[in-house]
Design a protein around this ligand. Structure first.
Ligand code: 5GP
Length: 169
């Protein structure tokens, strides 16, 4: 495994971004929506770096199955039941690749009329974008590589690695 982004770099970027979110959303009814499974570690670290209150919930979408090739068909496999009209919503995503997952989720959540909606992604692979969707904030922009670790898997493995890595080919 080759380290692409180490623990310290992740920690620093989360601190910076969480400080900005804390400043911007202070006094607001903030709901963080994590996209399972890949974002679970990012969400856990991000909300602990905030110094304002927030609520946390999770949605799940699947398009990859056990493969590393997207099928392009995004299914919402777990939804949330909050009344979004009462919240400023931030979607926390692990990685934006083609953008299809996020396009589908943002379209769905917008229809529920949140007070505001923003997308923060840990990783962004703009080279592979297909959907007309850009995250509001990306902590790291990466080249067109398949990455694992810090929540991201290959066939359900490597999620527990504390860094973002690229498998040896
Ligand atoms: P998109 O819909 O943007 O093409 O894909 C988003 C989802 O595909 C991510 O939430 C993630 O689950 C998966 N994905 C995309 N690129 C990678 C990658 O480099 N590594 C891993 N482990 N998953 C990826």
């Amino acid at each position: 495994m080759n380290v692409l982004i180490d623990e310290e770099q992740i920690r620093l970027q989360i601190e910076r971004t969480a400080a900005e979110v804390s400043r911007r959303y202070r006094g607001r009814p903030l709901l963080m929506v994590g996209i399972l499974t890949g974002s679970f570690i990012f969400v856990a670290d991000f909300v602990r770096a905030l110094d304002i209150p927030c609520e946390v919930c999770f949605m799940a979408a699947s398009s990859y199955g056990d493969s590393d090739v997207s099928s392009g068909d995004v299914k919402i496999t777990r939804d949330i039941d909050r009344d979004l009209s009462k919240y400023d919503v931030i979607i926390l995503e692990d990685i934006v690749d083609t953008g299809r997952t996020l396009a589908r989720i943002t379209e769905m959540l917008k229809e529920r009329h949140p007070l505001s909606l923003a997308v923060i992604t840990l990783l962004d692979k703009p080279a592979r974008r297909e959907a007309d969707l850009e995250p509001d904030v990306s902590l790291f922009t990466i080249p067109d590589l398949f990455v694992v670790g810090y929540g991201l898997d290959y066939a359900e493995k490597y999620r527990q690695l504390p860094y973002i890595g690229v498998m040896d080919s």
